[in-house]
Design a protein around this ligand. Structure first.
Ligand code: 3PG
Length: 390
């Protein structure tokens, strides 16, 4: 029986993937083999020794201490793209909220609940509606920072709305580049993107390199009247810089999924409670993808969509499977193979891939009689984790 510990509200469709004959799943499981979560922060938790994998049902892994887990040989998965459409649709709402008097108009209508005469109400509103006039998105320029799964969908949507689209992504993968419409213009750097954009939407992860990417200095280069949309992460913007830019008129509005105390009382900030991916569809997609990835890893050792391990997948042979991770240094694989030779174990198939400081290996071997083999592999100094899959 594999044990899966869950945090947060995980879609039932995802949890149902774990067959009851093989899995025990719940929020109060002791000694779990894997953890499945959304935004719950793991930084201050002691993860049990038994955990071999952590799957984030979602995109951002800033709530997971990935480097610490890599040192323990724990595979960290995420579900890239699974909630991209949900976020894209809320970005559209954000752009519209930033360009039209939608929120102020609705708020105003709500203040008129005492007016009982319909004709009077309509007359009043017709006279007042000029306060809530806005602008159209068509013909305006949207700058997109980060062109991964979400950024590229936002780009397509903006092009369909008749906007000009400029993109900037210093870490653009080849796969993402293929996905991107050729109508997206390339900005050489962030200042260039900011200086040409009426609207900017952020789609980069929360990592050290993106911490306060949008700060006083960056905003000083922005086009006058910028509306910034942030459905990525709070740490990417410096809230003080946002308030400064709004006060000076450099920025017209800030629409985000991350309220901050600095923003309360400001009509030019619309902040939502981190609901970018909160749709039934996205929650299902993420949970199902995360569950599938955990099962494929626990049952077969295959790794797909990990943020710290290389992607490795190998069809099963008859016999048993040994999986192990190790420090990415010479001679480790050789040492493991010589242990197998010492115990007279025949290797049927194998795969070895590395990523940064880590290497990961799958070895299919003929059924072993000796239970000491896995222990002997674990004793090799640079081997981080090893497991036998029957
Ligand atoms: C993500 O990183 O995928 C989104 O921020 C969604 O987070 P959530 O799963 O907590 O809604």
């Amino acid at each position: 029986m594999f044990k899966i510990k869950t945090y947060n509200q995980i879609s039932v469709k995802g949890l149902e993937r774990f067959g009851r004959d093989k899995y025990e799943v719940g929020s109060d499981i002791g000694h779990p083999d894997a953890v499945l979560l959304r935004s719950h922060k793991l930084h201050n938790e002691t993860l049990p020794e038994s955990v071999q994998a952590v799957a984030r049902a979602g995109a951002g892994v800033n709530n997971v201490p990935v480097d610490d887990y890599s040192k323990r040989g724990i595979v960290v998965f995420n579900t890239p793209g699974a909630n991209a459409n949900a976020v894209k649709e809320l970005v559209l709402a954000g752009l519209l909220l930033g360009s039209r008097g939608i929120k102020d108009g609705i708020d105003h209508v709500r203040t008129l609940h005492d007016v009982e005469d319909a004709a009077e109400l309509h007359k009043m509103l017709e006279a007042q509606k000029k306060q809530f006039a806005g602008n159209e998105l068509m013909g305006k320029t949207l700058g997109i920072v980060g062109l991964g799964a979400i950024g590229s969908l936002v780009a397509d949507m903006a092009l369909a709305l008749g906007m000009e689209v400029i993109g900037y992504d210093p870490a653009l993968s080849i796969e993402a580049a293929w996905r991107l419409s050729s109508d997206v213009q390339r900005a050489e750097n962030l200042p260039s993107l900011l200086s040409h954009s009426d609207y900017v939407s952020l789609h980069v992860p929360a990592i050290e390199a993106t911490h306060h990417l949008i700060n006083d200095d960056a905003l000083s280069q922005a086009k006058e009247g910028l509306t910034l949309v942030n459905f990525a992460r709070e740490s990417i913007v410096d809230p003080k810089a946002i308030v400064n830019a709004l006060k000076s008129g450099k920025m017209k509005g800030y629409i985000c999924d991350f309220p901050e105390p600095d923003f309360f009382g400001r009509d030019d900030v619309i902040a939502m409670p981190h609901i970018g991916a909160s749709t039934a569809e996205a929650e299902e997609n993420c949970a199902m993808m995360a569950a599938n990835q955990i099962m494929d890893f626990l049952e077969h050792g295959n790794v797909k969509n990990s943020v710290n391990f290389p992607a490795v997948s190998m069809a099963r042979c008859e016999g048993q499977r040994i999986i192990f991770s190790n420090e990415n240094v010479p001679k480790v694989l050789g040492s493991v193979l010589s242990v197998l030779a010492d115990y007279n174990v025949n290797v049927l198939d194998m795969m070895n891939k590395s990523r940064g400081d880590l290497a990961y290996n799958i070895l299919d071997v003929e059924r072993m009689q000796n239970g000491e083999v896995i222990k002997a592999i674990a004793e090799i100094e640079q081997v981080i984790s090893v497991r036998l899959i029957d």
